[in-house]
Design a protein around this ligand. Structure first.
Ligand SMILES: Cc1cc2nc3c(=O)[nH]c(=O)nc-3n(C[C@H](O)[C@H](O)[C@H](O)COP(=O)(O)OP(=O)(O)OC[C@H]3O[C@@H](n4cnc5c(N)ncnc54)[C@H](O)[C@@H]3O)c2cc1C
Length: 386
């Protein structure tokens, strides 16, 4: 164990090859660390869906040199905003205003982002099919046992998602993820007619989002207020069409192009606040630390922020526990308000009581764009640590 003295390469084990884990591993390797990434699955990369990357997340990706490739594979957001189910615009997002003020915002296929991150990491640090089973503190380090053997390191980064094993082992006091009250379907399709405008359409306890991708395909999602684990007896696509096929174009066209085999459905959960993201030489990143509802489109962006921040702090301070203490301080101050904001947005956007829906839509229509843009500042103005 080299634990921080002399010029030896320091070692990190990263649990999970999701966006948080891959970004952290790339950032640490670029700083000369020896890194091992343990991934339970046999492959890296998620099933088909899109991802919004905002100026804050893109700054994090720029920090590891992945920004240019991501921009090349992504589509810069064009027209966006909020509509009602008839298609009437309630608010239009001033996309060029956001870009001028804060920087690029793009939509990317998740698979493309994973390919870029995996390419930046290289194959050597990645151990697929390695499910972490136990994590033990040793004198000056950590010992990890997993399904392919064991690994030792100076620090362990738990980036293993909302149902994190690392959190379960070392945060036994943490409350389990809580159901947010709604479910979401997602898919990527190639529609019959090209789609140029994105945005979200809000109804009563239901929403539908559209995001064009770079190659003519379109990412869409639908959400509905429902009890957890509510099934769809007639099949998921039939349920989605039943709910949304009568909404404005191009929603019926997108649903007509959807393939039931690639349609994803997930009940939305969030992680109740953890008192700390760090215990000794173990730190949690991304959804393992702060899984949030997807209403702000920020979960992955904040995971990227976590990853580049922890790498910079570990590199700057050779005393690992104190570097991680600083990580915990800055990241909880940053993330906790956004987690609450995302929850509140979900409550407003999923409301179904008709009078409340009318008032909500009026408020959306009357909120000046300048106010909405200013409201984004705390989310998008983040700068990576130097
Ligand atoms: C419907 C929906 C839409 C969303 N849209 C957006 C969006 O547009 N923009 C955005 O920024 N965010 C969005 N998010 C949030 C975003 O998807 C997550 O915040 C992000 O993917 C979290 O990444 P992660 O690396 O922390 O975790 P994960 O992606 O969950 O990765 C965890 C990895 O750890 C592995 N693992 C788990 N357990 C073990 C173990 N014991 N041993 C080894 N490996 C293990 C898993 O296999 C997985 O590969 C959305 C979320 C949802 C549900």
């Amino acid at each position: 164990m080299n634990g921080g003295s002399g010029g030896e390469r320091r070692r990190a084990v990263v649990v999970g090859a999701g966006i948080a884990g891959l970004t952290a591993a790339v950032a640490l390797r670029q700083r000369g660390w020896q890194v091992e990434v343990l991934e339970r699955a046999g492959t890296v990369g998620p099933a088909g869906s899109g991802l919004s990357l905002w100026p804050n997340g893109l700054r994090g990706l720029d920090m590891i040199g992945a920004g240019p490739a991501v921009r090349e594979q992504a589509l810069s957001a064009t027209e966006a905003g909020m509509r009602d189910p008839s298609g009437r615009w309630l608010a239009r997002t001033d996309v060029s205003g956001v870009r001028e003020r804060y920087g690029d915002l793009v939509m990317i296929h998740r698979t493309d982002l994973f390919e870029i991150l995996r390419g930046a990491l290289g194959d050597e640090p990645l151990r697929l099919g390695a499910a972490v089973e136990s994590v033990q503190a040793t004198s000056g380090g950590v010992l990890v046992r997993h399904s392919r053997g064991s690994s030792e390191a100076d620090v362990l980064l738990g980036a293993d998602g909302i149902n994190s094993t690392v959190r379960g082992l070392h945060w036994p006091d943490a409350a389990p993820p809580a159901y947010a009250g709604y479910t979401a379907w997602r898919s990527i399709v190639r529609p019959g007619t090209p789609v140029c405008s994105g945005g979200e359409t809000i109804g009563r306890g239901e929403r539908f989002g559209i995001a064009p991708l770079r190659d003519g395909r379109v990412y869409f999602y639908g959400s509905a207020t429902l009890p957890a684990d509510a099934g769809s007896p007639g099949g998921e696509l039939a349920e989605l069409r039943r709910r949304f096929a009568g909404w404005h174009e191009p929603i019926p066209d997108l649903l007509a192009a959807a393939d039931p085999a690639t349609l994803l459905r997930h009940d939305i959960y969030e992680l109740p606040r953890l008192g700390t993201y760090v215990r000794g030489r173990i730190a949690l990143l991304g959804d393992a630390a702060h899984a949030m509802t997807p209403n702000l489109g920020q979960g992955a962006n904040l995971a990227i922020e976590d990853a580049v921040t922890v790498a910079a702090l570990l590199d700057r301070n050779r005393d690992i526990p104190s570097a991680l203490t600083e990580y915990d301080r800055v990241r909880r101050a940053r993330v906790e308000p956004l987690q609450r904001l995302s929850r509140r947005m979900g409550t407003a956007l999923q409301m179904s009581w008709p009078p409340a829906v009318v008032i909500r839509d009026v408020v959306v229509r009357l909120t000046p764009m300048r106010t909405a843009l200013r409201g984004l500042a705390p989310v998008l103005d983040w700068r990576p640590p130097s």
